[in-house]
Design a protein around this ligand. Structure first.
Ligand code: ZN
Length: 183
């Protein structure tokens, strides 16, 4: 089932999302929600979706950075972004620490800020501790674009949006990004 993605200004996007217990995670309701979030992510399409975006104030996000999303970038852009495919997975109750000081600056968008992109500075490498959909602990060491996706999704669970970090003089519509800034 495709869920409605809420847009910036909806209060749920600014709430601190609630942590889940292992029992919550294994419940039919949450397992069903994960299926619907995956469908919604693919339908959008996007490479990450956090539960607050579909109106559930829960510390859950789904991620899938498919090869076909990456292929639209030039080889140089893929390399600069350190963007490689990431298979579908679920992160629950995630926390992260920065593992490398270097900051990368690239244009970033959000399904809840439809039609706009802007340059967002983010840590190049992070370590995430979370639970998976089976309520098992997982440690993720991520870098490049994957580290960016994880920071973006985890911040959704803290009531933050990428536009809080966007360099506002770089904000552009996607149409104008394609026309003037893609190179
Ligand atoms: Zn987002």
């Amino acid at each position: 089932m495709k869920l409605k993605i809420h847009q910036v200004g909806h209060p749920v996007l600014r709430q601190q999302a609630q942590a889940l217990t292992p029992e919550d995670i294994l419940s039919a309701r949450i397992q069903e929600l994960l299926v619907h979030m995956r469908e919604t992510l693919y339908d959008a399409p996007g490479c990450g979706l956090a539960a607050p975006q579909i109106g559930e104030s829960l510390r859950i996000a789904v991620i899938d950075d498919k090869p076909e999303y990456i292929q639209i970038l030039s080889a140089e852009q893929q390399q600069a972004r350190e963007r490689v495919p990431v298979p579908f997975h679920v992160i629950i109750n995630p926390t992260y620490t920065i593992t490398e000081d270097r900051i990368a600056e690239f244009p970033e968008g959000c399904l809840s800020v439809a039609g706009l992109v802007g340059v967002v500075p983010r840590a190049i490498a992070i370590k995430v501790e979370c639970l998976n959909e089976h309520a098992k602990p997982v440690t993720i060491n991520a870098r490049g674009w994957y580290a960016r996706i994880l920071q973006h999704e985890i911040e959704h669970l803290q009531g933050k949006l990428c536009i809080d970090r966007t360099k506002m003089d770089t904000l552009t519509t996607i149409e104008n990004y394609q026309r003037y800034w893609k190179k």
